[in-house]
Write a protein that binds this ligand. Structure first.
Ligand code: ATP
Length: 585
């Protein structure tokens, strides 16, 4: 398929902010696409080459892209840099530059999606001394044959700045409509995606075989499964009234969620965001085949840093040492971890996802050989709020942050946040100390010592009905100077020229960010707001909800994708619950 068809669709997508229009453009695009191009197009639409868990990254530096552009266009690098400064985006600048091309090409070959994809794939795989040269050559060869608009998109993909704000949900809607004839089949597409974490592969299968293709996806080792998530609950009483007596409670440990896949001696580990983090835990990899008696398994655990001498749990931050690229052996011996298994998703050829919690727990206990640093998370069956309080007390004393409460008869719902898992944290008991995980969507520059970096951030919640990020507060307290520097480094590359259409804000930020970074905040209360858009019209007409006196806790939640931030529904329920307690506001 000609790349120009994709580039045209990209262009139309860039000029709309309406989800419905985006979906229509995508449906039309998928419908005219040859089947064997669908997977590649889906990756490119997300600015990717392969699913995240494969870790194939383009990683092309701006300098290199500028050199390649100069070579193809004959325009000197200095002029390209000037244009870039003017446009603020190298993709856009390249459209202008290619328009002024001084070198004439006598024969322009139409470039295809296949060719662009294969070339990008080759670029991503290049390593070693001569790789920069080779990359530059590959890029130029594509640009030589590209029309200006196509060149712009190729560069944006290469630099990782292709951003239409299309959510996975929108792509899934469009896939369902285009290949099964009905958007209502989104659920089946989503189920396939939840167990495979590979939207390209799912797209290809349904393009070929419709719903039957989607039905073929099953849990299998080395394909990460999208994690099941919990809703928060405020008190023991609430939990009992939601789940009934006889629920299962487990310690909620404060570490890193790891999804461990094994087959014989081969072990791979995925993070909560489904990145391959096997290299962070060589100790788990080494001992897993002895710890788990199975030929093949997928298990979930919380890896928690422990004090080497006493075995006590240490705070989550200590796990940062495991993220080092070099000298990982040193981190492994200085910062040992305990592996606390809490679920089993696959065992010896069979998916366990459909089995109820109690059965999965029994299989887990059977499979795991407990040892000094390996155990199944502490669990108890709870009959009353009183019993839950006592268990919570034990959990906190043992260094946990609270309890996870699980419906005994519920299956594992991959990729979903629902009421079959609840979390009760000690901080939820204190109305004013409630912490929320919010998405950084905008920034304002600071003054004085903070000139040149962002001093105040605009934060948003996640609206899981609309799939948007409505603003909920501005936060400027709780930051040390060092932390503001660090946040600047993280946020600066996420600056976008236009506001991402998924951000819902009437407030104008000085700079807009791609909604990616999640940070933890506390606030004194939740109030009605005429400005902030979270839960707009939900509590009162023409009003949203906002945090009052928000403060950053100092913790970025790098392991959380933005769709896992606190939802507007949670904020509404916090707002309603604080109304009932007289001291809260
Ligand atoms: P949080 O901010 O509370 O860590 P989250 O969005 O990462 O939340 P949730 O599903 O809402 O994820 O909360 C459960 C999280 O708690 C898991 O992601 C996991 O990392 C951690 N956890 C600790 N102990 C357990 C347990 N026993 N069962 C399940 N998850 C546990």
């Amino acid at each position: 398929m000609e790349f120009s068809v994709l580039a045209d669709a990209f262009e139309r997508m860039e000029s709309t902010t309406k989800r419905n229009e985006l979906t229509q453009i995508l449906i039309a695009l998928f419908e005219q696409m040859p089947r064997d191009v669908v997977a590649r197009a889906v990756y490119l639409l997300q600015g990717k080459i392969r699913p995240d868990f494969e870790g194939v990254e383009l990683g092309v530096a701006e300098k290199l892209a500028i050199r390649a552009l100069s070579k193809s266009s004959g325009v000197p690098t200095r002029r390209i840099e000037d244009q870039y400064r003017k446009d603020g985006d190298l993709g856009r600048a390249s459209i202008d530059i290619m328009g002024q091309k001084t070198q004439t090409t006598f024969f322009v070959q139409d470039i295809t999606v296949e060719r662009v994809y294969e070339t990008l794939f080759k670029i991503a795989r290049l390593e070693g001394a001569r790789s920069q040269d080779m990359k530059s050559r590959y890029i130029s060869s594509l640009l030589n044959d590209a029309r200006p608009a196509e060149a712009g998109y190729i560069l944006k993909i290469l630099l990782g700045t292709l951003r239409f704000g299309i959510a996975e949900n929108t792509i899934m809607d469009a896939l369902a409509a285009a290949f099964t004839g009905d958007k209502a089949n989104r659920g089946a597409v989503e189920r396939a995606y939840n167990v495979s974490s590979d939207l390209g592969a799912v797209a290809e299968a349904i393009a070929a075989d419709g719903l039957e293709g989607a039905g073929r996806f099953k849990a299998e080792p080395f394909r990460p499964i999208r994690p099941m998530l919990a809703e928060r609950v405020k008190s023991e009483e609430d939990a009992i009234s939601k789940m009934g007596a006889g629920l299962a409670a487990e310690y909620k440990l404060d570490g890193e969620r790891v999804q461990v896949h094994m087959s014989g001696k081969r072990v791979e580990i995925f993070s909560r965001r489904l990145e391959n983090i096997t290299a962070h835990y060589p100790d788990i990899v080494e001992r897993l085949p002895q710890d788990v008696s199975a030929d093949e398994a997928i298990l979930e655990a919380e890896a928690v840093a422990v004090n080497e001498k006493t075995g006590e749990f240490l705070p989550f931050q200590e796990l940062m040492h495991r993220r080092r690229k070099h000298k990982i052996e040193k981190a492994v011996s200085e910062y040992p971890v305990a592996v606390n298994f809490f679920d089993i998703l696959y065992l010896d050829g069979k998916s366990c996802l459909e089995a109820p919690y109690t059965e999965r727990r029994a299989m887990l206990e059977d499979a795991v050989t407990e040892g000094e640093r390996v155990r199944c998370v502490v669990m108890a069956t709870i009959a009353s709020a009183q019993e839950m309080s006592e268990f919570m007390e034990n959990a906190i004393n043992a260094g946990s942050e609270g309890l996870m409460l699980k419906m005994p008869d519920a299956a594992y719902l991959a990729g979903a946040r629902g009421s079959n898992w609840l979390k009760l944290k000690k901080e939820y008991r204190n109305e004013l100390g409630d912490s929320l995980d919010l998405v950084v969507v905008g920034g304002f520059f600071g003054k004085g010592r903070r000139t040149g970096i962002y001093g105040t951030l605009l934060l948003a919640a996640y609206d899981d009905q609309l799939d948007t990020f409505p603003s909920v507060c501005k936060v400027g307290t709780g930051f040390t100077d060092e932390e503001l520097d660090r946040l600047y480094q993280i946020l600066h590359p996420k600056v976008t020229i236009r506001r991402n259409p998924r951000i819902d804000s009437t407030m104008e930020a000085e700079v807009w960010f791609e909604p990616e970074l999640v940070i933890e905040t506390v606030a004194s209360e939740i109030t009605l707001s005429p400005v902030h858009r979270a839960a707009w019209d939900a509590v009162r007409k023409d009003a949203g909800l906002a945090l009052r006196f928000p403060k950053y806790t100092g913790r970025t939640r790098d392991e959380k994708p933005p769709e896992s931030a606190s939802t507007t529904r949670e904020i509404v329920s916090l707002y309603r619950s604080q109304k009932k307690t007289p001291h809260a506001g």
